[in-house]
Ligand binder design. Structure first.
Ligand code: FMN
Length: 382
C-alpha cells in the first residue's frame, strides 16, 4: 500500500507487520466477538442531517477533556502491551499525541513504565488503573502517577473477572508452549522480521514496566500474567472507588460504564467523568455497543458529569456522531494501535491528522461551525 489513510488501511498494514499472536491480541474481542462487531456496526445506524448554505468558512474543533485543552476531543485510550506494537510503543504514541495536542493514556499494563513515558513527553498524559487485591500496589501506583504529573486517572471498572479472548487462547498467548508451538512461533517471528528486529530485539525489556519492579519474583511476562490473573479482584465495589477518590487528588474518570444506574453511582462517589465503554468488546460479550448505550447515560447524568465514550470509533465521522449524541469526547484504542504497528509514531500522527480533517469536513457539511454546536438534531436514526 502506497499511502495508508483510513483505520482499515492501518489495520491491513498492522496485520502484515505483526506476528499473528500480537495482531490477534489487538484485533480480537471476547468470546464470539459480538460486542466488538456491534461497537463498529452501530455507528452505521446514525445518519447525518445535511444542512446547506450556511457560512462554514471557519470551523473549530478545539475543546477540553478532563480539564485539559485539546486540539480535538479525541484521546488515545489505554492499551495494554502497546510497547509490543512498535519499539517502546508507549513513548512513540505519547509523542504523537503531544504533537497533535490530544491526551495519551498509559495503561497499567504498558510495556513502558510511567517514568519512561514522562521522559518522552512534556504533556500531562493520563494514567489508567485497575483495582487489584494488593491495595498497597494500587496506592503506590497512584502516588507515582501523581508525582510524575499525570493529568488524570482513568479507573477501569469493567474487569471484575477477565473475559476470555478465544483468539489468544488458540494462539497460546502467555502460555508455556510445547516444542512444536515454540518452533511455529519462531517461524512466525522470522516471517515478520521487521517487527522482530524493531521490537523483538530493540524494544526490550518486554515486561509490564509498571509492574516489573513491584511484583516480587516476576522476571518474565508469563510470571507477570500469572500475578495479574490471581490479583484481579472480583470483590471490588463502589466503596473501593470512594477510597481511590480520597487518595487521588486530580481528575478521576470511571472507565467501563454502560448502565445509567452505574453512571449515577459514579456521580455519587465524586468522579469527574465517566467513560462509556465495554472495553472494546473484550469483556462481556453481547453487552450493548458503547454508542447505543450512550444516549440513556447522557439523559441520566449528562448535565452533571463529563461524559466520554470509546469503542468502535473508526473515523472523524464517528467522533462527530458521539459528540452529537452528547459525549464531550472520545477515546480510540485499536485505531492508534494499528497505526503504531504499521508506521510507528508517524503512523499515529497521520491517523490523528486524518481524523481531524474528517471531523472538520463533517461539521462543515452539517452546516455547523464548532464541536460545541453539535446536538441530536444533527443526526437522523431509527
Ligand atoms: C489490545 C487492547 C488492550 C487494551 N488494554 C486495556 C487496558 O490495559 N486498560 C483498559 O482500561 N482498557 C484497555 N483496553 C480497552 C481500551 O482502553 C478501549 O476501551 C477500547 O480499545 C476502545 O475500543 P476500540 O478499540 O474499538 O477503539 C484495551 C483494548 C485493546 C484493543
Amino acid at each position: 500500500m502506497q499511502r495508508p489513510v483510513s483505520v482499515s488501511d492501518y489495520r491491513t498494514l498492522a496485520q502484515q507487520r505483526l506476528p499473528k499472536v500480537l495482531f490477534d491480541y489487538v484485533d480480537g474481542g471476547s468470546y464470539a466477538e459480538r460486542t466488538l462487531a456491534a461497537n463498529v456496526a452501530d455507528f452505521g445506524q446514525y445518519h447525518f442531517r445535511q444542512r446547506v448554505m450556511r457560512d462554514v468558512s471557519s470551523i473549530d474543533v478545539k475543546s477540553t477533556m478532563l480539564g485539559h485543552p485539546v486540539a480535538m476531543p479525541v484521546a488515545l485510550a489505554p492499551v495494554g502491551f502497546t510497547g509490543m506494537m512498535a519499539r517502546r510503543g508507549e513513548r512513540q504514541a505519547a509523542r504523537a499525541a503531544e504533537k497533535a495536542k490530544v491526551p495519551f493514556t498509559l495503561s497499567t499494563f504498558g510495556i513502558c513504565p510511567i517514568a519512561e513515558v514522562r521522559e518522552a513527553t512534556d504533556a500531562p498524559f493520563w494514567f489508567q488503573l485497575y483495582m487489584v487485591r494488593d491495595r498497597k500496589f494500587v496506592r503506590t501506583l497512584i502516588e507515582e502517577a501523581h508525582a510524575k504529573g499525570c493529568g488524570a486517572l482513568l479507573f477501569t471498572v469493567d474487569l471484575a473477572v477477565l473475559g476470555a479472548r478465544y483468539r489468544d487462547i488458540r494462539n497460546g498467548m502467555g502460555m508455556t508452549l510445547s516444542l512444536p508451538g515454540r518452533l511455529a512461533q519462531a517461524a512466525d517471528y522470522a516471517r515478520h522480521w521487521r517487527w522482530a528486529y524493531d521490537v523483538g530485539i530493540n524494544g526490550r525489556p518486554h515486561v509490564f514496566g509498571n509492574l516489573a519492579s513491584r511484583v516480587p519474583g516476576a522476571t518474565n511476562f508469563g510470571q507477570l500474567l500469572g500475578w495479574l490473573a490471581s490479583n484481579v479482584d472480583p470483590s471490588v465495589t463502589w466503596a473501593d472507588i470512594a477510597w481511590i477518590r480520597k487518595i487521588w487528588p486530580g481528575k478521576l474518570a470511571i472507565k467501563g460504564i454502560l448502565d445509567p444506574g452505574d453512571a449515577q453511582e459514579a456521580l455519587k462517589i465524586g468522579a469527574d467523568a465517566i467513560v462509556v465503554s465495554n472495553h472494546g468488546g473484550r469483556q462481556l460479550d453481547s453487552a450493548p455497543s458503547s454508542i447505543s448505550a450512550l444516549p440513556a447515560i447522557v439523559d441520566t447524568v449528562g448535565d452533571k458529569i463529563e461524559l466520554l465514550m470509546d469503542g468502535g470509533v473508526r473515523s472523524g465521522h464517528d467522533v462527530v456522531k458521539a459528540l452529537a449524541l452528547g459525549a464531550r469526547g472520545v477515546l480510540i484504542g485499536r485505531p492508534y494501535a494499528y497505526a503504531l504497528a504499521a508506521r510507528g509514531e508517524a503512523g499515529v500522527s497521520a491517523l490523528l491528522a486524518t481524523m481531524k480533517a474528517e471531523m472538520l469536513n463533517t461539521i462543515a457539511l452539517l452546516g455547523k461551525t464548532s464541536v460545541h454546536d453539535l446536538g441530536r438534531d444533527d443526526l437522523v436514526w431509527g
